[in-house]
Design a protein around this ligand. Structure first.
Ligand code: GRF
Length: 208
């Protein structure tokens, strides 16, 4: 029996350019999977608009204050309903519950805008990452995709791609350069997952 195409959920909190890269890759046949759901913890996230523009089910789940208790359950129910195989965190700024990480072991992919294990973990997100990279004076930065485990930005690395940090770069210049390689490696990582090409051996992700 043919294996069905993978069902993908993308979680966003912001503009959603990484989501858009995945949408475009699915639509042009580069990814053998279907985005069944886009979820955001922020009502104003433009990523939700992008989903609507492409007739993809989108869901805002309120998670602040008193709503935080019910957030994880609502998220898990929405994922179950769509029989999700792969969760992609594309600029998603909320912690994933331990139970969800366990349930989706090596089936949650995150994109981070630096070369992990540098400039990652607690407090390293968005433009702050590039600010610290410029401040430190490194000559090379880039992006990383990895499977999500219980350590923030600490799961097995799937792909990385570098960019040169020019002396004249501002944090905005660097963010733009890194965002381009983020789109590339995220699409490749999702494509390879949907083609069952990724095998996790200890801390390593081997591409078959
Ligand atoms: C990206 O830089 C991503 O690496 C980081 O947040 C940003 C989100 O960008 N986690 P977008 O919402 O996909 O445009």
């Amino acid at each position: 029996m043919d294996k069905r195409r993978k069902h993908i959920a993308v979680l966003v909190s912001g503009g959603g350019t990484n989501l858009q890269a995945i949408i475009d890759a699915v639509e042009c046949g580069k990814i053998n999977g279907d985005i069944k759901l886009v979820v955001s913890n922020r009502k104003a996230a433009y990523g939700l608009e992008r989903a609507k523009n492409h007739n993809i089910k989108s869901l805002y789940i309120r998670g602040d204050g008193e709503y935080s208790k019910s957030y994880d359950k609502k998220l898990e129910e929405a994922l179950d309903k769509e029989e999700i195989d792969l969760i992609v965190l594309a600029g998603y700024l909320k912690m994933i519950s331990d139970s969800l990480i366990k349930k989706y072991e090596n089936r949650i992919i995150n994109i981070h805008p630096s070369l992990i294990p540098s400039f990652c973990g607690e407090g390293f997100y968005g433009i702050r990452v590039h600010e610290k990279v410029i401040e430190y004076g490194v000559k090379v930065s880039g992006a990383t995709t990895h499977f999500v485990n219980e350590v923030p930005d600490g799961g097995p690395i799937i792909a990385q791609k570098t960019v040169i940090v020019d002396d004249s770069d501002t944090k905005e210049d660097l963010q733009k350069k890194v965002l381009e390689v983020e789109h590339k490696i995220l699409v490749e990582s999702v494509r390879d997952f949907c083609d069952d090409k990724l095998e996790v051996v200890g801390r390593k992700v081997i591409k078959r």
